[in-house]
Design a protein. Structure first.
Lengths: 303, 464
């Protein structure tokens, strides 16, 4: 009997605790997590599934993620197939009606974002194309602003009491983005039209925003590992077009980039799409962009 | 050069503007403006200060217009009749694509072809799986068509149809799985209904193209026959409210038929040399019950363990009192560093153990008898560089032999296998495998195989 009343008390405590607990937001990748933290502030607790240094196409569908998603109030995913290799079984295992696709708790970040590289036809002989378009759209701050609005709307939908604070944080974030975009544009302005080499087609939106040009990739086709003949072509192109900078992300093969750099004298710049992936000075979206812009500008400036 | 070329942008709700002529008009004006004031060409080699200023000014205006577009899009979405989901521009209806949520039905076709040889001429006797190499030379192991998609907001469904060509050249078609899975039951419950591979252990519920070796494990062959334990029924699972992953399953299925080796079986089979009689479900005792519990922990950021215990309890086909019980335990460990490229490198170790008690009913010729046997496998796979893996596996089965002590179907066996796999992409693979088989009744066998896989269509995501 005593045991039962103890149970009841702890259950009541758990229930009342839940009523006041922070809104549980789960982000598939860290840049969405960062936006949720910025906009949600102290009213939300944010968990990110993918690690910032990890290849976002190949995250393990670990059972612990199922538990995280089972208890989530809101899920933020890219919505452009980047997570298609691991999110579906997690959502299936999580059996959480609050975050099933099509519900207000399921935020598809790419909604309303004009996606680039939408394939005309789906043909895997062209590599692993994303049917919905290039999913690495968050590297354009204008798109981050669109996603931030989705996040604020979803938070307001789940927590009406906090809506005013979410809207205020959103406005603050938009102001910061506006100012920062000006300073980022100014930093990269002198290099307008400059070509850069990237490992995967991750930096298309960034380049489009700041007037750089991508198009030469270490991968011969999306998702296909670099091959010697392709790298020889890349080296040729780089020498012909005087391309001086190669962007590499934490999970991509630095060795391959070094080999190409050796033959071309290009600089390797370590960048990342995800806050926290550079191991310092990149704790949130804005500081990550600060760091990335700074590093690229410094490399483009030359010795 | 700007991300907002009108040709590229696909505003939400385009093509659904009937209810919003004013907004549509506004959007059109914005697009015209955007089209007329493109920023200066990017290729300008040395922009003057004045150009820069103009460009900066234009960029600012473009930014403003973008924001206006985004606001209009938001507004459009909020109009009555516009769902939360943005409606993409009308596109031809396609059944098949990898875009999640863009089609009603995902369709894929996966084919496995094996070639090779063994010192054992009776390959079908050597390999226990229905989708293992069946003869020296070539075997079309499995061509599997998978349909899956959301039924409605409450269910998801999947069907796997497998085809193969027998050594006699006949095409076999079997419906391996066809089930619906609930997505919105309360209290973290989940229901599965239909024909499905029973969730017993780690290996049984999987399909051949996800295996780490090109044949099935000996213990699964011994306990669950060539096609795995599968039947029509229903399964309820509960994701428990523990801080770590912890899930309890209970499956109830029909216990009679060709895919229920160890249980009802089918007439013509003779486990432990005992004849099988035809039976039907008469009471709840005639169903197969499979409880399972699984738990998982992230040991570190880069290491995860997953373990489980299962039991399968049901009638067998030897007569009215024939009962079979199988217990199993399984464990899985994976290491993958947090800077893995395409999921490599990694190391995973997996093991499973089972023990069976097969209670045969007395017949005119044979007394009632309980046969006990057991088996296990342990395997390790190392993804040593992107798209390459090596693996090693140890298999063992043994125990009571049945009516005829020399029956090769019940002999003790130990097998070691090693394989090397190259994945050109996630959609194809080439695997080399060697196995040495030591058997108590039959002779030792050396086998070497090469396997090729190709996959068309949607690639189902991998479970952990």
């Amino acid at each position: 009997m005593r045991q039962r009343s103890a149970w009841t008390v702890s259950l009541l405590l758990a229930a009342s605790g839940q009523a006041h607990a922070a809104l549980r937001v789960v982000a598939t990748t860290p840049e969405y997590g960062s936006l949720a933290t910025t906009i949600g502030g102290a009213r939300v607790s944010v968990t990110t599934l993918a690690k910032p240094t990890e290849d976002p196409h190949f995250v393990d569908a670990k059972p612990s993620h199922i538990v995280t998603l089972n208890r989530a109030d809101i899920l933020i995913e890219g919505g452009a197939d980047l997570e298609v290799g691991w999110l579906p079984p997690l959502l299936e295992g999580a059996r959480n009606p609050r975050i099933q696709p099509g519900t207000p708790g399921h935020v598809r970040a790419s909604e309303g974002v004009p996606l680039l590289d939408v394939p005309q036809s789906l043909d895997r002989s062209q590599g692993d194309l994303h049917a919905a378009g290039n999913p690495h759209f968050m590297m354009d701050p204008a798109n981050a602003a669109i996603v931030a609005r989705h996040v604020a709307a979803a938070l307001c939908g789940s927590d009406a009491d906090g809506c005013a604070s979410y809207k205020e944080n959103l406005a603050g974030f938009e102001r910061t983005l506006d100012e920062k975009t000006k300073s980022w544009s100014a930093k990269l302005g002198p290099y307008r039209g400059t070509k850069i080499v990237t490992y995967h087609n991750t930096w298309k939106y960034f380049a489009a925003r700041f007037g750089l040009e991508t198009g030469v990739f270490l991968e011969p086709k999306p998702g296909i590992p670099p091959s010697p003949p392709h790298l020889a072509n890349v080296i040729d192109t780089m020498q012909k077009d005087r391309i001086r900078v190669i962007l590499v992300e934490p999970f991509q093969s630095r060795k391959t980039a070094e080999m190409v750099a050796e033959h071309t004298g290009a600089r390797i710049v370590e960048v990342c799409q995800f806050p926290g992936g550079l191991g310092g000075g990149d704790a949130d979206y804005v500081s990550l962009m600060d760091t990335v812009v700074e590093r690229i500008a410094r490399a483009l400036a030359g010795p | 050069m700007n991300a907002r070329d009108p040709e590229n942008s696909r505003p939400a709700g385009r093509g659904r503007l009937r209810g919003a002529p004013a907004l549509a008009g506004g959007l059109a004006v914005v697009f015209c403006l955007l089209g007329s004031i493109r920023p200066v060409p990017a290729a300008d080699p040395e922009p003057s200060a004045q150009d820069d200023a103009t460009a900066e000014d234009l960029r600012r205006r473009v930014d403003e217009l973008e924001r206006a577009i985004a606001e209009l899009q938001e507004e459009l979405r909020r109009l009555p009749g516009q769902g939360q989901q943005a409606a993409p521009a009308p596109a031809p209806v396609t059944l098949v694509s990898s875009a999640s949520g863009k089609n009603y039905l995902n369709l894929s076709l996966d084919a496995l072809v094996a070639a090779g040889a063994s010192t054992e001429p009776d390959v079908e006797g050597l390999e226990t799986g229905g989708h293992d190499p069946a003869q020296r030379g070539f075997t079309l192991q499995n061509v599997e068509v998978v349909f899956d998609g959301a039924v409605d907001p409450y269910f998801r469904a999947q069907a796997n149809v497998a085809m193969q060509i027998t050594p006699e050249g006949e095409t076999n078609v079997e419906l391996e799985e066809a089930f619906a899975l609930s997505s919105s039951l309360p209290h973290s419950l989940q229901l599965k209904v239909g024909q499905y591979l029973t969730e017993f252990g780690r290996f049984n519920p999987t399909h051949p193209h996800t295996w780490d070796f090109l044949d099935q494990t000996l213990v699964n062959g011994r306990m669950f026959g060539p096609d795995g334990l599968r039947s029509v029924g229903a399964r309820l699972s509960w994701l428990m409210p523990t801080p770590f992953y912890s899930e309890a399953f209970l499956s109830v299925q029909n216990a009679y038929g060709a895919t229920l080796t160890s249980f009802g079986s089918a007439p013509g089979e003779s486990p432990f040399g005992r004849p099988i009689e035809e039976r039907q479900v008469g009471s709840l005792d005639d169903l197969l019950y499979t409880p399972r519990y699984a738990a998982s922990f992230d040991v570190t950021d880069s290491q995860t363990v997953l373990g489980g215990v299962s039991a399968a309890i049901g009638p067998n086909g030897t007569g009215a009192d024939g009962r079979t019980t199988i217990y199993g335990a399984d464990a899985f460990w994976k290491w993958k560093p947090s800077t893995a490229n395409k999921g490599f490198p990694f190391v995973k170790v997996q093991g499973e153990w089972m023990t069976r008690s097969y209670g045969a009913t007395a017949t005119l010729a044979l007394p009632a008898q309980t046969y006990r046997d057991h088996g296990a496998y342990l395997q390790a796979v190392w993804g040593f560089r992107p798209m390459w893996t090596v693996g090693a596996r140890y298999d063992t089965v043994g125990g009571d032999t049945g009516v005829d002590p020399a029956d090769p179907a019940a002999e003790s066996r130990r097998r070691v296998s090693a394989d090397l796999t190259w994945f050109p992409t996630e959609y194809s693979k080439i695997r080399f495998q060697y196995s040495l088989d030591r058997r108590s009744v039959s002779e030792d066998a050396h086998s070497a195989w090469v396997q090729f896989e190709f996959l068309l269509g949607a690639h189902a995501a991998h479970k952990f």
